[in-house]
Design a protein around this ligand. Structure first.
Ligand SMILES: Cc1cc2nc3c(=O)[nH]c(=O)nc-3n(C[C@H](O)[C@H](O)[C@H](O)COP(=O)(O)O)c2cc1C
Length: 245
């Protein structure tokens, strides 16, 4: 085994401890200091142009959590009616999650990134795509730091992003008084899990790492990806790694 450092080991302990639960014990309440510790970790994250394009809304009022959960339950019903095959989880878990933090961003910060131009030109369009990627990666970096901090405090976490569509934005923003210019990107729930947590399947290191050039053994055809979705997706999302063949 390669030599590590105590800090690496401590980091990996937290990284491995982090895991998703989608239902939490309703109590005890999360101390305010824990929200602050979690968001202190987020605050130190890197971001494109150091723009720090993030806002965090800590939701503690049970009525607000229920309203958010209600939206997701209606979305769940809508997906079922549309016969979407995606294995949608039970979002009622949001209502009883002790910790709820809504992560938002202001896409006007894309103006801070390279090549931004507002003139409708092809060049502007090309760099708009780039700028949006920078913004989303920046907020994801901060969100991940927050998730790791929550894991370090002993909580299980739940990263919810099923809200990209305009309908979701229109439903959720008024609940939290979020202005039009700001987009809700994801919702972080955390707490003590209702059921024993389990470790999900992760790809082997050799399957994701390429040295110097892309290893074409790692390339999947669209058909192979579709097959994976059909046969494995539900297992890797909802089963213990040991039960995924
Ligand atoms: C960007 C991102 C989006 C996600 N969106 C959702 C979501 O909308 N709903 C949900 O139940 N889980 C969501 N998850 C949680 C994943 O399903 C979960 O991380 C994955 O199954 C791996 O499990 P693990 O977190 O226990 O390692 C999301 C995770 C990430 C990183």
């Amino acid at each position: 085994m390669t030599d590590t450092t105590p800090q690496y080991d401590a980091l990996m302990e937290v990284v491995r401890a982090r895991g998703t639960s989608r239902a939490f014990k309703p109590g005890p309440e999360i101390p305010r200091a824990h929200f602050e510790l979690i968001l202190e970790a987020a605050r130190h994250s890197p971001s494109g142009a150091n723009a720090q394009p993030w806002h965090f809304i800590v939701v503690t009022e049970p009525g607000l959590k229920s309203e958010i959960a209600d939206y997701f339950v209606s979305e769940q019903r809508f997906r079922a009616k549309q016969k979407m095959k995606f294995p949608t989880p039970d979002y009622r878990g949001i209502a009883t999650a002790p910790g709820v933090i809504v992560v938002a961003s202001d896409f006007r910060w894309t103006r801070a990134f390279p090549g931004f131009r507002d003139d409708g030109s092809e060049l502007g369009e090309m760099y708009r795509e780039n700028a949006e990627r920078i913004l989303l990666q920046s907020v994801a970096a901060a969100t991940m730091s927050a998730h790791l901090a929550a894991a370090a405090l002993g909580y299980q976490v739940w990263w919810i992003t099923a809200i990209g569509q305009e309908k979701a934005q229109n439903a959720l923003k008024p609940i939290l008084g979020v202005p039009d210019e700001i987009s809700i990107l994801d919702i972080m729930c955390f707490g003590e899990p209702l059921k024993a947590p389990y470790t999900r399947w992760k790809k082997d290191i050799g399957d994701i790492v390429n040295w110097n050039r892309f290893d074409m053994d790692h390339f999947m055809t669209t058909g192979e990806i579709d097959e994976w979705i059909e046969t494995r997706r539900h297992k890797v999302m909802y089963k213990d790694a040991e039960n995924v063949d």
